[in-house]
Design a protein. Structure first.
Ligand code: ADP
Ligand code: ZN
Length: 436
């Protein structure tokens, strides 16, 4: 099936007409399957929709959105469409934003998921001759087993090193000449400090070539820092448990937006206020529909993730739509002094300033009924030993650049390298103490 460029040539070289024809066909069967779940059976009945009569992508827009609350309320089995003896696996979202939800997979679902991930990794240049180390939590989190089976499907020697154990991770990379990794951005940033402590030069003493980095938002500036420090290519990897897990959208070698595999998903971007579809190029909330999943089809799911469809064609020739880097989740947005802000805007500013280290936190407090925004920023080692005047100059520059971007003036506090709490899991960038 694969040649030198494509893992799945027939799927990756589909034309726009081919994709639409395929989607219409798959949608019909997906709706039919969905109606076997308690949740969608009730929903279709309420809106008077007969899945048999859906014959175009336009009809599909009559289906109401599915939201996270629906999945939570249907926990554990309300969305299951197959008898339990056909189900092989259960995963669960990591519960970053509240009660967890459960996702189920049949044998065919697991096959498809592994295949989509292999397709993503192959597209970026991973090959069977590579050694792949998965620095991701195993267990309920989809990033562990998802990548494990995807990498094995591709044919790589796959090391399930899991999350944490920074020094041991580096030792494994050295001992086995790891060339491809999967890791979340905050952990890859943290490993920069660990490598410095261990006095290991990643460009000379490691064999890294490619990192698949995702599971939480990070800016283009952080990508650049990671690429130049490690001397590797960092590819953005996107997924969510509700849509299988990782493997939903990945960057190709052009690193300009992530292709969503439209033979497996229908993608829409809506205005989260009006719920209307927005034109390509405009930011909004990502909405996704599974087309091939058996155990648990999910229709028009509001992911809460903010992005846009990049207009135009990708240089790689694949016509599968590309989404831009995720700006954050709708519920990450905070309002201060009447202005809407996303943590990612702060990160973009900070990471463009060379004196700024790799860790920061935004703290929102209330003092005498007035909202206050404090940005605590770690400096690099070299700056922190310099004199106070240098530090004050850096502090002023950060304040000035943040004010320009955010239109409010935060209080900027510079702190020593490695002094902010850090985790080997998803990072907490925002602490809102205003309600306490
Ligand atoms: P949880 O919602 O509990 O974190 P998941 O592990 O399913 O559970 O995480 C999926 C979410 O992680 C996505 O909806 C998105 O918000 C975030 N995410 C995943 N990959 C990326 C990425 N490459 N960039 C930004 N955010 C991402
Ligand atoms: Zn491309």
């Amino acid at each position: 099936m694969q040649d030198d460029t494509y893992w799945n040539k027939s799927a990756e070289t589909l034309t726009r007409e081919g994709i639409e024809e395929l989607q219409t066909r798959l949608l019909k069967s997906s709706l039919g399957r969905a109606s076997r779940s308690k949740f969608y059976a009730e929903r279709f009945k309420t809106i008077g929709l007969d899945p048999e009569l859906v014959s175009s992508l336009e009809d599909f827009h009559r289906i109401p959105f599915t939201v996270k609350k629906d999945l939570r309320q249907s926990y554990p089995y309300g969305l299951l469409c197959e008898p339990k003896d056909r189900i092989l696996r259960m995963h669960s979202s990591s519960g970053t934003t509240g009660q967890a939800i459960a996702v189920f997979y049949t044998k065919a679902d697991l096959e498809l998921w592994a295949d989509l991930l292999a397709r993503c990794m192959y597209m970026a240049g991973a090959r069977p001759s590579d050694t792949f180390q998965n620095l991701s939590g195993y267990g309920l989190f989809t990033g562990g087993l998802g990548f494990q089976y995807g990498a094995e499907r591709l044919g790589m020697l796959t090391i399930p090193s899991g999350a944490g154990n920074s020094r041991r991770q580096i030792q494994i990379m050295r001992d086995f000449s790891t060339s491809v990794i999967h890791i979340i951005p905050s952990f890859l940033l943290l490993l920069m400090d660990v490598l410095k402590e261990m006095q290991v030069d990643p460009q000379k003493e490691l064999s890294l070539k490619i990192a698949f980095v995702g599971a939480e938002p990070y800016s283009q500036e952080v990508r650049k820092r990671l690429e130049s420090f490690y001397g590797i290519k960092v590819y953005n990897s996107f997924g969510l448990s509700e849509m299988n897990g990782p493997g939903v959208a990945f960057e190709c070698p052009h690193q300009n937006g992530m292709h969503i595999w439209e033979d497996a998903y229908i993608v829409e971007i809506i205005d989260p206020e009006t719920l209307q579809t927005v034109p390509d190029g405009q930011y909004g909330e990502l909405v996704m529909t599974t087309l091939q999943r058996e155990a648990m089809p999910v229709l028009r799911y509001r992911t809460g993730d903010l992005t846009r469809i990049l207009p135009g064609e990708c240089g790689c020739g694949r016509v599968h739509k590309r989404i831009d880097r995720i700006q954050g989740r709708t519920d990450d947005m905070f309002i201060i002094k009447g202005v809407n802000i996303f943590p990612m805007q702060v990160e973009q500013v900070l990471m463009n300033i060379p004196e700024v280290g790799n860790n920061y936190v935004i703290l929102l407090t209330k003092e005498h009924d007035i909202d206050n925004m404090v940005v605590r920023v770690e400096m690099t080692d070299s700056v922190f030993v310099e004199d106070m005047r240098v530090l004050e100059r850096v502090r002023k520059r950060i304040t000035h650049d943040l004010k320009n971007e955010l239109l409010v003036t935060p209080r900027v506090e510079l702190v020593e390298p490695n002094s902010l709490p850090r985790s080997e899991g998803k990072a907490t960038r925002l602490i809102d103490q205003r309600m306490i």
